[in-house]
Design a protein around this ligand. Structure first.
Ligand SMILES: *Cc1c(COP(=O)(O)O)cnc(C)c1O
Length: 490
């Protein structure tokens, strides 16, 4: 091990933040984790309920462009923007100015009686041109709320169409749709569900994920695999009672649970065709993969055939992290049905279409359009793919490198020939993330890749503003982090 090599390869230039040459954690002998422990030992017990009671999170003092600066001056390249959130990087002055202006003009009104220009303009920007027939947008504070609302408008659609017996949702295993009750029931991220699995909504069932690397049979062609999955969905409709199903719900590109799984050509149009056959809705969750992350504004635009959703949800990249905002985009046919019925959507939240969140998202999305950043995401994505594949594809424990745009997952396996995962107790995915952090690069860890228990991956989703030099630094660092983990005594 030659730590002196590591940090200088990061960007081949000194850290600016501390003004010191980039001798970060590995060179000084104390790690970020150790320095963080030392920091917290000087603090009173936190009043904030953190995710872990035993390990305190790292305090970030500031964030600018594609970097985080920690409390002790350590600078971290943000190669995942949180969970694929920060599409513009951090501290964008134009976004901050738009939010400040909105705060000073009108910070809040209740949507029962009022609206704001920021909310109207954001909706127009997203659905004014009716992409795939989606014609209305509804804004909320989180992806979970968006999926909750999507489930409710789908149910209301059938209720008003005199189809009240439709009460069931079909989702996929290895999916994540959120942490509030409805979306948690749709989700099948086993580790997040353990305490709650006996009290989830009973009217949800799950079919197989579309996950070729682990679940496509050897000798099975893409077309055969797609047909098998469509037949499984069709059988599930039959089992539940086709007249009872409201919708099939899926992530267009799988997100955090299994790490950027893409479907073979024709999968989504085949699944939509099954929904149509039984009169159910086709709902896509693009909270993580949407808003340009995969190289097109909507991830479904890259799918073969007719894969446009009746309802879709967006979130993370929508506001780029500047404010909490997510959205439901609804097809004109659903709007028409409600229009002929009660003439309202029976749903609402205090912070729905919050003016400052809408102003932030409007600024973020305006910059994305003006600067051609979705196109840039597609182009830089190709470089990231090339870099990751060149550096890591031949490594003995790198099973698959998959993704689209600037949304990449690396699945680690114990045995590449049988695609057998590591023992979960080794925590390979989280360990690679931790080593990468020590080397100055923030990536997103994943475990339970295969079935919620077994399997490891990391997720790389840098801002669309990522530079070539930064991509170089990311791929080098991920390789080094991986090597450190697999070479340690087990
Ligand atoms: C993150 C995520 C959600 C939940 O969004 P929150 O803002 O965390 O509530 C839903 N669906 C997908 C695909 C996600 O990645």
């Amino acid at each position: 091990m030659a730590p002196a090599l590591l940090i200088p390869t990061l960007l081949d230039e000194p850290y600016e933040a501390s003004g010191q040459p980039q001798k970060a954690a590995p060179c000084t002998g104390t790690s970020i984790v150790e320095r963080n422990k030392a920091y917290w030992s000087t603090q009173p017990r936190p009043s904030l309920l953190h995710r872990s009671f035993h390990e305190q999170p790292v305090v970030v003092a500031s964030a600018s462009q594609n970097y985080l600066t920690l409390h002790d001056g350590t600078r971290i390249l943000d190669a995942c923007g949180g969970a694929a959130v920060a599409i513009l990087g951090h501290g964008n002055k134009e976004v901050v100015a738009a939010m400040t202006e909105q705060a000073a003009t009108v910070a809040y009104v209740h949507t029962l009686s009022y609206t704001t220009q920021a909310a109207e303009d954001l909706a127009k920007l997203l659905v004014g041109h009716k992409p795939g027939g989606l014609s209305k947008a509804f804004f909320l504070g989180s992806g979970s709320e968006a999926n909750d609302g999507a489930m409710k408008i789908a149910r209301q659609f059938f209720f008003e169409r005199n189809d009240p017996q439709r009460t069931h949702f079909i989702a996929r295993r290895q999916a994540y749709h959120g942490n509030t009750w409805g979306p948690m029931s749709l989700s099948n991220n086993v580790s997040r569900l353990v305490p709650y699995k006996d009290i989830l909504m009973p009217n949800v069932s799950h079919v197989s994920p579309c996950y070729p690397y682990q679940y496509q049979r050897s000798g099975e062609s893409d077309a055969q695999y797609v047909r098998r999955l469509a037949a499984e969905l069709d059988d599930e409709f039959t089992r539940v009672g086709p007249q009872r199903v409201i919708a099939f719900v899926a992530e267009t590109v799988g997100g955090a649970t299994s790490g950027c799984i893409t479907a073979p050509p024709g999968y989504f149009s085949a699944m939509k065709a099954v929904c149509r056959k039984h009169g159910a809705l086709f709902v896509l969750d693009e909270v993580m993969c949407g808003m340009g992350r995969t190289g097109t504004t909507m991830a479904w635009e890259q799918e073969d055939g007719d894969a446009s959703p009746d309802i879709m949800t967006i979130g993370k990249g929508l506001g780029g992290g500047y404010a909490p905002i997510a959205g439901i985009l609804v097809h004109q046919d659903i709007i028409d049905q409600l229009d002929q019925g009660t003439g309202c959507f029976n749903h609402g939240h205090t912070y729905q279409a919050h003016p400052m969140s809408c102003a932030a998202a409007l600024a973020v999305q305006s910059i994305v359009r003006r600067e051609g950043l979705v196109q840039r995401c597609a182009e830089m994505g190709k470089r990231l793919e090339m870099g990751l594949k060149q550096r890591l594809a031949d490594e003995p424990h790198v099973g698959e490198i998959r993704g689209r745009g600037l949304f990449w997952g690396i699945e680690f396996v114990q045995d590449k020939s049988t695609r057998t995962p590591f023992d979960p107790a080794l925590k390979i995915g989280p360990s690679v993330q931790r080593e990468a952090l020590e080397l100055g690069v923030n990536i997103y860890p994943g475990a339970g890749t295969l079935d919620g228990v077994k399997g490891d991956h990391v997720l790389i989703a840098p801002p669309f503003t990522v530079t070539e030099a930064e991509i170089e630094a990311i791929t080098r660092t991920v390789l080094e982090a991986y090597r450190r983990v697999v070479s340690r005594p087990q």
